[in-house]
Design a protein around this ligand. Structure first.
Ligand SMILES: [Zn+2]
Length: 250
């Protein structure tokens, strides 16, 4: 017959073993919290028929909607690897997280800045749009919002207005303060991503950019972050962690 004391000791041992196993699981890479659910939404189709998707990760009651766009210029792929991290890591309890790995999959496949119509999507949004650059890698497109990728992002942002949006680029290395809607947010992102604050004023004035359109026509704040020409795994992780932290705190 097992005494009460020995049964209690056995129960304690089992509980300690379970605690130890949980602790082992928590070491290293942060894991998704149990309450976080992940789903994928198709938001549109590229010129060449590739799917444009947004990944939604959130727990019940999360109030701060954060959108991260990994790639808009197809030859600037570092942001893709930021999204890969944010797809796996813990989501802060207050963050309603949306991840768009790429709005330019055709450009990624061809390793071009532009989409398959040779349009720079970051000159195609209907805010301060001008017709410019035909035949160059900064072609505005024939009209504002002419591209299906542009329209997919606009529809998504209108339907799910983010509080904070971060758009990732290369190679200017910094957090953009040009026409910042919230300089406090820009400075916090720079501090937490360990990147400098810089003003990326295009050539002189930015025309038809995603962040310009977002900041003009939605309540949320959009910020451009530029990696250097290349990005180490350390840098990718620091930037992913910084976006997650600032998205939760601001
Ligand atoms: Zn870019």
């Amino acid at each position: 017959m097992v005494s009460t004391r020995s049964a209690r000791r056995t129960a304690t041992t089992v509980a300690l073993a379970v605690t130890a196993l949980l602790a082992v699981g928590l070491v290293g890479e942060p894991r998704a919290q149990a309450a976080t659910t992940t789903s994928t939404l198709r938001i549109g189709t590229s010129v060449q028929g590739r799917a444009l998707v947004a990944i939604h990760r959130s727990a019940p009651g999360a109030t701060k909607r954060v959108l991260v766009i990994g790639v808009i210029h197809g030859n600037e792929k570092a942001g893709w690897w930021v999204i890969e991290r944010l797809k796996r890591w813990d989501v802060p309890a207050n963050v309603d997280l949306w991840l768009i790995p790429s709005i330019n999959p055709d450009g990624m496949a061809a390793n071009t800045r532009t989409n398959a119509h040779k349009v720079d999507l970051n000159r195609n949004f209907p805010q301060s749009w001008v017709y410019a650059g035909k035949g160059t890698s900064k072609y505005s497109g024939p009209s504002a919002g002419s591209e299906p990728e542009t329209r997919a992002v606009m529809a998504f942002v209108k339907a799910h207005p983010p509080r904070t949006t971060v758009v990732l680029h290369q190679p200017l290395f910094g957090v953009d303060s040009y026409h910042a809607k919230s300089i406090t947010l820009v400075q916090a992102l720079a501090r937490e991503t360990q990147l400098p604050v810089k003003s990326f004023a295009c050539s002189s004035t930015c025309h038809g950019t995603l962040t310009g359109w977002h900041n003009a026509y939605t309540p949320g704040r959009a910020v451009t972050i530029e990696f250097g020409a290349s990005a180490s795994t350390w840098r990718l992780s620091v930037v992913a962690a910084g976006i997650r932290k600032v998205g939760s705190a601001y």
